[in-house]
Write a protein that binds this ligand. Structure first.
Ligand code: S3P
Length: 186
């Protein structure tokens, strides 16, 4: 089984993804890390030097490669991965896609001191998050098979919600869950 997590920056995709992968006993892959390994630098620098379009081209290449790679995994995607039709199709047809949904206010609380996300280095990051959420929420929903409200306070709760959803859908054998996790803030 391939599981992909989509959602806004700061919604917990990497943290939840890592724990989910550990519990199911499959590798965790993060498309942003794969991109950074490929470019040999940070996404922020790449945005500054080459612009968002060049980043999106690379993102599509990496997502196509990761979702068609043989073997199970949990894949965390970048927040803007759903912007392109091609990425949404690739994810939806090759993986079970979970949308970790948060409010812009929750995201702001988590990201207000962040300096790594190029799209949020603006005067009013909350307004930017509201704008991005408004634009992207329908796209995340279109891409996803399941929506998990991640306003919940802990990674533990989110991981359990995801596992329960997958078990209910018959996508996960409960005996395959290998570890338990403790409560941690997202
Ligand atoms: C982006 C989100 C980032 C990263 C890039 C663009 C976006 O990933 O892919 O900075 O468009 O929202 P995270 O969602 O992991 O922060």
């Amino acid at each position: 089984m391939k599981l992909a997590l989509v959602g806004m920056p700061g919604g917990g995709k990497s943290t939840v993804g890592k724990q989910l992968a550990r519990q199911i006993g499959v590798p965790f892959v993060d498309s942003d890390h794969e991109i950074e390994a490929r470019i040999g630098g940070s996404i922020k620098q790449f945005f500054e030097r080459h612009g968002e379009d060049a980043f999106r081209d690379l993102e599509t290449e990496v997502i196509a490669e990761l979702v068609t790679r043989p073997g199970d995994c949990v894949l965390a995607t970048g927040g803007g991965a759903v912007l392109r039709d091609r990425n949404r199709d690739l994810l939806h047809s090759n993986a079970t896609v979970l949308y970790l949904r948060s409010t812009p206010e929750d995201l702001f609380r988590r990201l207000k001191h962040d300096t790594t996300r190029p799209l949020l280095q603006v005067k009013d990051p909350l307004a930017r998050l509201r704008e991005l959420h408004h634009q992207r929420d329908p796209l995340y929903r279109r891409c996803a098979h399941y929506v998990l409200e991640s306003a919940r306070p802990s990674v533990h709760a989110l991981v359990n919600m995801a596992l329960m959803q997958l078990e209910l859908a018959g996508l996960l054998d409960p005996t395959r869950v290998v570890a338990t996790v403790g409560a941690e803030p997202v």
